[in-house]
Design a binder for this molecule. Structure first.
Ligand SMILES: Nc1ncnc2c1ncn2[C@@H]1O[C@H](COP(=O)(O)OP(=O)(O)OP(=O)(O)O)[C@@H](O)[C@H]1O
Ligand SMILES: O=C(O)C1=C[C@@H](O)[C@@H](O)[C@H](O)C1
Ligand SMILES: [Mg+2]
Length: 203
């Protein structure tokens, strides 16, 4: 009767961090490892708007893209059984951050500017379309660093294969969920009804 039950630390988790830190790739692999659905907010926006991210920035403007992000954050925080990979700027906006952190753990992936540059140089990121993308990465990363620090769990990705990162994230999520079970008063403050964050929820 109990065969097929899946033990997991969480049934919802989001990945944040700078461009190129691996949110999309690691999020996808984490979702496979935890047998959860996968949602990439950048991909969701491109699908709904019907344009690529560079097209959205160029034709609709960044403010429109940020409004889409806010809308998508509202939706993905109502999901369960999902790993959510955010865009690089999603967690920077205060209201998004508040809603996400209230919903569940936010894992922040980190990488050095040089690694980010290497990982993003062959694909188009509108914010990095400048004469000197590496300098832009350094400046933007410095600006955003204090905000990313507000995430729940922090994982460095430089020079590490994705399997190792997924393994570390899962271990850290178990520790996080153990603490949450030990301090139920904290859970009582949460508004989301019927949400099983922190439970070893069977399917
Ligand atoms: N740990 C890793 N080791 C080597 N390459 C990686 C690693 N993580 C991600 N990559 C590669 O780096 C590139 C960027 O990764 P990815 O698209 O997942 O970043 P992202 O954080 O989602 O960026 P964005 O914020 O722009 O969406 C991809 O080609 C991906 O395969
Ligand atoms: O860091 C950012 O602000 C961005 C990161 C990407 O994921 C995309 O969401 C977009 O290119 C903007
Ligand atoms: Mg991504």
């Amino acid at each position: 009767m109990f065969t097929g039950l899946i033990e997991r630390p969480v049934t919802w988790v989001a990945l944040a961090g700078f461009m190129g830190t691996g949110k999309s790739r690691i999020g996808w692999e984490l979702s496979r490892a935890l047998a959860l659905h996968f949602v990439d907010t950048d991909k969701l926006i491109t699908r709904v708007v019907g344009k690529s991210i560079p097209e959205v920035f160029a034709q609709e403007g960044e403010a429109f893209f940020r409004a889409c992000e806010r809308e998508v954050v509202g939706r993905v925080t109502r999901l369960d059984h999902a790993v959510i990979s955010l865009g690089g700027g999603t967690f920077i906006h205060e209201e998004n951050r508040r809603v996400l952190l209230e919903r569940g753990p936010v894992v922040v992936l980190w990488a050095s500017p040089e690694t980010v540059y290497q990982r993003t140089r062959h694909s188009e990121r509108p914010l990095l379309r400048t004469e000197d993308p590496l300098e832009r990465i350094r400046t933007l990363m410095d600006e955003r660093e204090p905000v990313y620090r507000q995430g729940t769990i922090h994982v460095h990705s430089d020079g590490r294969p994705s399997e190792e990162l997924v393994e570390e994230i899962i271990e850290r999520l178990w520790s996080w969920s153990d603490v949450h079970r030990a301090w139920p008063a904290e859970d009582a403050e949460r508004p989301a009804e019927g949400v099983l964050v922190g439970d070893r929820a069977p399917d």
